[in-house]
Design a protein around this ligand. Structure first.
Ligand SMILES: Cc1cc2nc3c(=O)[nH]c(=O)nc-3n(C[C@H](O)[C@H](O)[C@H](O)COP(=O)(O)OP(=O)(O)OC[C@H]3O[C@@H](n4cnc5c(N)ncnc54)[C@H](O)[C@@H]3O)c2cc1C
Length: 399
């Protein structure tokens, strides 16, 4: 357990943040810089959180938020700004230039590193973070004095607060603290998964390649010059043990255009996992003094790299509302948080659904559907307008 500088769990704070993932950590950091108090309750150990390999592409708005929060130093030194992205289809490679189309980039910098930087800044500022908090329960959310109870090492604690931020991801407790009568849930489950590996090999290209292929989708991504992240679309009921490294490399190679396949450097995987894909949105993101942010309120398939970035745009809106309200000013920002955040969420849900639908082979994809996908990709290759729309969405819509 990590707590405040006196080693004790405080009994009162302004904002209890449930979840020490990217959303919760960035919110705590922004509040601390604004002179507001918060406490983070995290179910896992810090080592566990830092070992999770997840997102790696930051939209420009996320980059700017991290810089403004004073945690962009290492990202600017070690991250890789990408000025474009590749789409391969029908044996062709289409590069979409972000700078030319919208005048901004994305940044390649792993979620693990973002999380590490945020933890370091919060530790230095003495923001209390309670790890291995179990049995987290939310109380009196529709009153002026909510509280959160939890246990650490079998000892129960209660923290009184003004607001609760539910940043505890898709399997957290915050969303389930909202009454079913006000909650609407929208979901699309995709009939395939992504088998991903991490390997200490040079990336096949300087930029990401999203590959459309009749055998299924593939993605070539990276973390840095000697760490590659590759994915292939796989059946949902496949098990990681079905996929030896050799089988993975053969499959990936067969889905790439020949020149990329010829540059592919293979090596042992240092991580291998299968992730299911779904789109999910809960509405509203507020119940009384509880506000959901990040994966606790919505999930997107990783196609288009929006999950982490949406967590950060939620935090942007929520922080604005909290700071005003905590200063005794207007609550308009909080009252409109759900609508403002969801407007942007749905845009990203649409984009990632569109890209997933365009790039993957569905079980019922026949020759006609594949030709339609290829026609749309061909249109993208010949239309400046279509490329601008792609670049605008990929690098991130404005907040
Ligand atoms: C396997 C995988 C791969 C992904 N790959 C990509 C990608 O390539 N690109 C991309 O953009 N996005 C990706 N994502 C999505 C991205 O990682 C998430 O959108 C992002 O982590 C959201 O941040 P968050 O803080 O909202 O939630 P999370 O990162 O899930 O953090 C929530 C935190 O809350 C904690 N918690 C949960 N329940 C409780 C509780 N009851 N009490 C206290 N704490 C609790 C959890 O331990 C966790 O630390 C991936 C997600 C997964 C699962």
């Amino acid at each position: 357990m990590t707590t405040g500088s006196d080693g004790l769990v405080p009994r009162r704070t302004q904002v209890v943040i449930i979840g020490g993932g990217p959303a919760g950590l960035l919110l705590a950091r922004k509040l601390q810089l604004a002179g507001k108090e918060s406490i983070i309750l995290e179910r896992q150990t810090r080592e566990y959180v830092l070992a999770r390999i997840r997102a790696g592409v930051l939209e420009w708005g996320s980059v700017e938020q991290l810089r403004e929060a004073g945690v962009g130093g290492r990202m600017d030194l070690e991250g890789f700004p990408h000025e474009g992205v590749g789409l391969s289809f029908s044996g062709r490679h289409l590069r979409i230039d972000f700078q030319e189309n919208v005048g901004r980039n994305v940044m390649i910098y792993g979620q693990t590193e973002v999380t590490k930087d945020l933890y370091a800044a919060l530790d230095e500022a003495g923001v209390p973070i309670v790890h291995e908090a179990t049995d987290v329960m939310l109380h009196d959310l529709t009153t002026g004095s909510p509280s959160v109870t939890f246990s650490v090492d079998g000892v129960e604690h209660r923290i009184e607060c003004e607001y609760v931020a539910g940043c505890d991801g898709s399997h957290g407790v915050s969303r389930s603290a909202m009454p079913a009568s006000i909650l609407r849930e929208y979901e699309r489950v995709y009939p395939f998964g992504w088998l991903g590996i991490l390997s200490e090999t040079p990336p096949v290209d300087d930029e990401l390649i999203y590959a459309h292929h009749e055998r299924g989708f593939a993605l070539c991504s990276m973390r840095h010059s000697m760490l590659s992240r590759y994915y292939v679309q796989c059946p949902l009921d496949d098990d990681v043990s079905d996929w030896s490294d050799d089988r993975f490399w053969d499959e990936l190679s067969s889905r790439l255009p020949p020149d990329a396949a010829s540059r592919l450097v293979t090596g042992p995987s240092i991580e291998k996992s299968i992730a299911p894909l779904r789109s999910f949105v809960a509405e509203p993101l507020q119940h009384g003094r509880l506000f959901l942010a990040g994966d606790s309120g919505h999930i997107v398939p990783p196609t288009g790299a929006k999950g982490l970035n949406l967590a950060f745009s939620d935090v942007h809106y929520l922080f604005e509302g909290l700071v005003d309200a905590l200063a005794g000013g207007s609550t308009t920002g909080l009252d409109t948080y759900s609508d403002r955040a969801l407007r942007r969420v749905w845009q990203a849900v649409r984009f990632s659904w569109w890209m997933t639908t365009l790039m993957h082979r569905f079980p019922d994809t026949g020759d006609f559907d594949r030709r339609i996908q290829e026609a749309e990709l061909d249109h993208l290759s010949m239309s400046d307008a279509a490329q601008s729309v792609f670049a605008e969405n990929y690098t991130g819509l404005p907040y």
